[in-house]
Design a protein around this ligand. Structure first.
Ligand code: DGJ
Length: 747
């Protein structure tokens, strides 16, 4: 619900559990007033304080009042060069050369439904569930209108933000910075959590108290990156999974981004998030509009766990566009770690045959099926089947796979080109490359200039042909290097600052075309694993390969970090061989299955080489997954331990929304001879219900949460158990905290 209160000129945005208020100051500056737990309708402008502060200038409209300064008042969208010295959200380059921005309120509108952003990913939904607040601000000197957009998805506790910049003048308008979100908080005693890492170890949480100055996470790699994620949290210093005020902010963007927090001089904090200003400029012709990517905010007064669950529900139901929504996705086998580039139809069919017998439902042919590609030095850009390797092409292979009872999926990497390819030989200028500089190669490949329509059209036509030639139901869209030498032969020098962003828009446009032309294809995003795991990609690709690291123990950490924002059903996760290909670790097959099941589940190994015992285990895993997928994929997710704390085990649980069923997964670390008796306290259960724990009797929900469940003693490294809980009757007598029956389980 959005309410405008005329006397105080406040706009108040209510979600089920939160309230956000902003006010229009008599000067026309739009101030931020409050964001936190839900309040009744009220005017909170009394929270805004004014004082004459040294070295904080006063805008002209303040007249003789020296207590109003842009430098000190909290704002909805910060400007620059006109008296606010904190992080700017927007910056114009005026025709005179000045790089400033100054915004004043012009008009506001509350309307039903959600605003639209052309060519960009965004949360969606029906007219009845969304409301939009549009505030139009003007910068007369820049001849521009800046429209701040707020989407309120009340039931999901989600507030989205975006910004449209419109040229309302006669000449061009040049933007040098345009953030999606500015959040001014009246306190700086907060922790900032960012999600950092590297290829093979993505999204490791890093938490630190805000300190004076600017702290930030961001990417200039052309993709959101393995190194930093466009999701950050600001929270109470003492906030934990179950307690404390937390703000989560995600940017739905897959390119260069920046999320920066500045702690101000008066113990306040400003978060600004959006497209990274590095090498960004945008020229708007008269009437032209620039749309900043969407950002989304969740505030939770009940700790990090509840913040994550609010994001999970919203992303699952209102961001991901999945033709399989509400249905189980097929269990897949991917041939990459099984064969790499070295395959022929016999090898592939041997894997597929075994897969079908074990209950797998989809066979995915990874890299190496096209062009002249027997290693990663050639062939990208030539999206025709290599019939030397696959005689008869996909037209022969896919139906044969179908005949085994499996659907067929295919890997592609459309944004890239190998210098050793027909495409590059014909169009060397289609690769991004700075004139006069030698290009830097990554995986011995270059990046195509997706800002150019003819480049995209050419690649898309090839993909369309391939995907129409065979019954393909799944595509893995990969991207295996960071962008460098970003320069487009199609744009003049003064517009080169648009190329990074135009390339991202080009990827989105291609993915949208793919979705429109092949609505029944499930697209999995990938960027050397998790180098582009962001809300932008999730709008087009309902799942993303979480990491190229398939080791179960490392995956626990990666999936844990990823879960702070993104739901389990979006995280591609596969069981692979041991010793693990990335780190050499040996973990039990059961453990690998339990880790991968809390993701979009599949296998990535040569199933034809498995022993009978391994095959029996895989069969059981697939049966369990099929029986419990709804709980695993759609249940409320509870992190029970932190795998980065080197504790004796890592545990998490999925609980059905009605709390009648739960699945608890526990993975132990290295073996110990004399292990203490350990209990695991569960979360999210109904304290008044009685739960049947598979193989371990009946337990009260209150007992399981407050006294805990006795974990079995295990022998051997990296063992795992899964506990399935079902509520067996409605209510226990009040205050019951007696264990009905105790037990432990054998594994
Ligand atoms: C990187 C991906 O993450 C892998 O799974 C695999 O598809 C390779 N690329 C293929 O080149």
């Amino acid at each position: 619900m959005i309410v405008y209160h005329e006397p105080s000129r406040t706009y108040t945005l209510h979600t089920k559990h939160t309230t956000y208020q902003l006010a229009v100051h008599p000067t026309g500056v739009v101030q931020h007033v409050y964001y936190g737990p839900r309040l009744r309708d009220c005017d909170l402008t009394g929270l805004l304080r004014y004082a004459d502060r040294g070295f904080s200038p006063n805008p002209e409209e303040a007249g003789a009042d020296r207590t109003f300064s842009l430098d000190t008042t909290p704002q909805e969208y910060s400007t620059c060069g006109v008296g606010d010295f904190r992080l700017p959200s927007i910056e114009f380059e005026l025709p005179c050369g000045s790089r400033t921005a100054d915004l004043r309120y012009a008009r506001g509108e509350i309307r039903r439904g959600k605003y639209a952003l052309e060519g960009l990913p965004a949360f969606y939904g029906g007219e009845e569930e969304w409301e939009t607040l549009s505030l139009v601000l003007r910068d007369d000197a820049a001849q521009a209108e800046v429209e701040l957009l707020y989407g309120v998805l009340e039931e999901y506790d989600l507030i989205t933000r975006s910004v449209l910049v419109r040229n309302v003048g006669e000449g061009p308008v040049r933007l040098c910075r345009c953030a999606s979100l500015c959040l001014d908080l009246p306190r700086s005693d907060l922790d900032m959590v960012t999600f950092n890492g590297a290829h093979l170890m993505e999204r490791c949480p890093s938490r630190a108290p805000l300190r004076p100055g600017i702290q930030s996470a961001g990417s200039v790699r052309g993709a959101s990156s393995h190194q930093h994620n466009p999701f950050v949290i600001l929270c109470d210093r003492e906030a934990n999974e179950d307690y404390g005020l937390c703000y989560g902010a995600m940017l739905l963007y897959s390119g260069n981004f920046q999320a920066a927090v500045e702690t101000g001089q008066f113990e306040n904090a400003r978060l600004v998030m959006g497209v990274n200003p590095y090498h960004f400029t945008w020229t708007l012709e008269p009437g032209g509009v620039f749309s900043a990517p969407e950002a989304a905010l969740v505030c939770s007064e009940a700790g990090l766990g509840e913040m994550s669950r609010r994001f999970h529900r919203a992303i699952r139901d209102r961001l991901v566009r999945d033709h399989l929504r509400g249905r189980r996705k097929p269990v897949l086998v991917n041939n990459w770690e099984a064969t790499y580039f070295d395959f022929d139809p016999e090898k592939l069919l041997a894997i597929a045959r075994e897969a079908a017998a074990l209950g797998v439902e989809l066979f995915v042919l990874d890299d190496g099926w096209f062009g002249k590609r027997d290693d990663d030095n050639s062939g990208l850009g030539d999206w025709q089947v290599n019939t030397d390797k696959l005689p008869g092409g996909l037209e022969a292979l896919a139906p044969t796979i179908n005949g085994l009872g499996l659907s067929f999926g295919l890997w592609v990497e459309p944004e890239m080109v190998s210098e050793d390819s027909d495409l590059y030989r014909a169009h060397p200028d289609w690769a991004l490359r700075v004139p006069g500089r030698a290009p830097a190669r990554g995986r011995n490949q270059l990046v195509l200039d997706f800002s150019r329509r003819e480049v995209r059209d050419h690649i898309y036509a090839q993909l369309h042909r391939v995907l129409s030639s065979a019954p393909v139901t799944y595509v893995k869209w990969d991207m295996n290097r960071s962008l460098s030498g970003v320069w487009s032969a199609a744009l003049p020098p003064q517009r080169q600052g648009e190329v990074y962003h135009r390339c991202v828009l080009g990827v989105y446009e291609m993915l949208e075309r793919l979705r429109t032309d092949f609505p029944e294809i499930l697209v999995e995003g990938c960027c050397g694993g998790g180098g582009r795991f962001d809300g932008g990609m999730l709008y087009y690709t309902p799942q993303i390969w979480c990491s190229d690291n398939t080791d179960a123990m490392d995956r626990l950490r990666i999936q844990y970090g990823t879960s702070f924002c993104y739901p389990v059903c979006t995280m591609g996760a596969h069981v692979s061989v041991v010793p693990n290909e990335q780190n050499g670790r040996v973990t039990p097959l059961e453990t690998r299955g339990i880790a991968a099941m809390s993701g979009a589940f599949g296998y990535e190994l040569d199933l034809s080489k498995c022993t009978p015992e391994e095959k029996a285990c895989i069969c059981r895993q697939i049966e369990t997954y099929k029986a419990r997928w709804e709980l695993l994929q759609l249940g409320d997710y509870y992190r029970l331990t932190d795998p980065f704390r080197e504790g004796p085990y890592t545990a998490w649980a999925q609980v059905s929304p009605d709390r009648r069923e739960a699945l608890v997964s526990v993975v132990f670390g290295g073996a110990r001879a004399v292990s203490p008796f350990r209990v695991l306290k569960l979360k999210g259960l109904d304290p008044g219900a009685r739960y049947q724990v598979d193989g371990a009797g009946c337990w009260g929900g209150d007992a399981l949460m407050h006294a805990g469940f006795p974990l079995p003693a295990v022998k051997g490294d990296y063992q795992a158990v899964q506990l399935h809980l079902t509520a067996v009757d409605d209510q226990l007598p009040p205050c019951n905290c007696v264990l009905i029956e105790s037990g432990s389980i054998n594994i």
